[in-house]
Design a protein around this ligand. Structure first.
Ligand SMILES: [Fe+2]
Ligand SMILES: [Fe+2]
Length: 238
């Protein structure tokens, strides 16, 4: 059964341009991407395909075009690393809330796409879409656990024992569920996959709501004027 959700559809769109950089040297990768990026209209999305992790490429782009694009991994591993890069149509706001809630919305939409494929019985497509959702979720958890939560705890003095402790516990629970869902797909059992997906949706919505209503809102007050620097750090986390 496909769940009715109220989640947004902020997701890689169908008009995304694919840049196959798998055979290009690092220098050519950068040159090709820069040419495409500079001539693209605001809002354009690229799917970069590389044979290796695109860390250097992204690092250079972040330094050179800071605040002008967002990126997110779609597949981290062989045969190809796939990365979404979106040329921003609006300036980056000094808001952790906006940045992180946008990423929630993006992951939510990837989840909904995988659910849709699952509900039509298309196993191969579900696997592919679930992989993008999984990659996005794990990266989001990393941005929080290795970046945002640490800075939040330093500022509040909670030292990992406050609200971020609860959020980390919930991440572990969600990671367990993600593993289960992946296992059901490996077995080809879409029914159990969709059933676990119902639990995932409920837990994910509750978790995201707590972060958006409490943590991110507090963060925007605490880091006022400094959010951009923190976002820059988060964007370097895989
Ligand atoms: Fe979280
Ligand atoms: Fe989050």
């Amino acid at each position: 059964m496909l769940l009715k959700t109220n989640i947004s559809t902020k997701v890689p769109n169908n008009t995304m341009k694919t840049l196959d950089l798998t055979a290009a040297s690092p220098q050519d990768q950068l040159q090709t991407l820069e040419q495409a990026f500079l001539t693209a209209a605001p809002g354009t999305e690229f799917q970069l395909q590389t044979s290796n992790p695109p860390d250097e490429l992204l690092s250079t782009m972040i330094e050179t075009y800071w605040g002008q694009f967002d990126w997110a991994p779609l597949n981290s591993g062989k045969p190809h690393w796939k990365t979404l890069l979106r040329k921003r149509g609006e300036p980056l706001a000094d808001s952790l809330h906006e940045f992180m809630a946008d990423d929630h919305a993006r992951c939510d939409a990837l989840f909904a796409q995988a659910e849709e494929s699952g509900s039509t019985g298309n196993l191969a497509e579900t696997k592919q879409r679930f992989q993008s959702f999984l990659t996005g979720m794990l990266r989001h958890f990393n941005m929080e656990e290795k970046g945002f939560f640490i800075e939040f705890d330093k500022r509040t003095g909670y030292r990992g024992g406050g609200p971020t402790y609860v959020m980390r516990e919930e991440h572990d629970q969600l990671r367990g569920l993600l593993e289960q869902m992946g296992g059901f797909l490996d077995e080809g059992n879409l029914e159990r996959y969709l059933s676990a997906g119902e639990t995932m949706l409920i837990l994910m919505e509750q978790h995201n709501m707590k972060e958006e209503h409490v943590l991110y809102t507090m963060a925007d007050q605490m880091f006022q004027g400094e959010c951009m620097e923190l976002i820059k750090k988060l964007l370097r986390i895989k």
